[in-house]
Design a protein around this ligand. Sequence first.
Ligand code: COA
Length: 351
Amino acid sequence: MSGFSIVGSGRYLPGRPYTNDDLARVMDTSDEWIRQRTGIEQRHYCPSGQGVSDLAYEASIKAIDSAGLKPTDLDYILFNTMTPDHLFPGSGPLLGARLGLNGVPALDLRAQCAAMLFSFQVADSLLQSGAAKRILIVGAEAHSGFMPWLDWDILEGTNKAAPSAEAWERATRHRGLAIIFGDGAGALIVERSTAPGVGILSMDLHSDGDLVDELLIPVGFRSRPYVSEQCLAEDLIIPRMQGREVFKHAVSKLPQSVRAAVEKAGMTLDDVDWFVGHQANDRINSLVRDRLRLPHEKVPTNIAKYGNTSAATIPILVDEMRRDGRLKAGQTVCYFGLGAGMHWGATVVRT
Ligand code: COA
């Protein structure tokens, strides 16, 4: 028992929602296809010029406020993103400076859609070792930067022209990827709790780099220079995703991990109040739910509104559940998720 406790939360979704019909203006897809295959109805994109440190700032302010704290009450930042403001440095120090926390340690973690699970473990260790007393954990993503179209005005509907045949073909080539991701940020504040029974009860975390080719942005520092005309021509700046393979891993590994975490906590699935999963595709979480025979109402979903916001997903969902009263003190939550790396796992936490 670790004494890890979530004492504040916030979320920020930039701009307006973009519907599936909006996307159908720039590529060959349809509202019906996207809803049936993913459960997604809309997603948000941050405006050009905004990045994850901006989104994270907005979510963090709300989290700090909800905990009744000031930014200076925080003594560590864990920043989770796969779409940083810059290739280096990480976005944690940028967020810290925005919050007036210059000098406070800010560490970026890179576990993509499984980010929160890894951050929970790191935060718990920092709290237990005494290295930190109150930690801001943020997940934020600006996926819009890798979307495979340039005609944002056509997507917005401000330009009624049709995209060029070349632009349409390019966006359509990447449509499996483009329809699932959205932008947003979620923030949690965690501290050591002395309340009896509260904390992380178990962890089941995994990583396997042999599966890296199933989801990655191919450009990188193996090439000289790391971005070239050829990279752009071959779209190596856009994530390459083997959607079916990722899907298969998710629906096999996640039920195993949830079972393992619940067993390690000395519990049964019935003892868990909520199974809060990363939201990549509603069909994934439905299959996880069915394979574990979990009641529908114990597996919350919000993917219809936001799409897959990668590292931001779990804190956004936690914030919704805290604010609407679903998530209550004393409840037991199993968090689970899988993402590029590949990283996956589950953790059981008593709130
Ligand atoms: N609109 C219309 N048609 C589409 C489409 C879209 N947005 N995306 C793909 N298609 C088409 C394909 O071209 C293909 O057509 P074909 O049979 O004529 O070749 C057909 O639909 C099936 O494609 P496929 O890629 O097999 O679809 P799918 O059912 O696997 O759904 C994903 C694609 C991406 C939605 C799904 O694989 C998925 O969600 N995978 C997991 C991804 C994930 O979790 N990623 C993040 C990890 S955190």
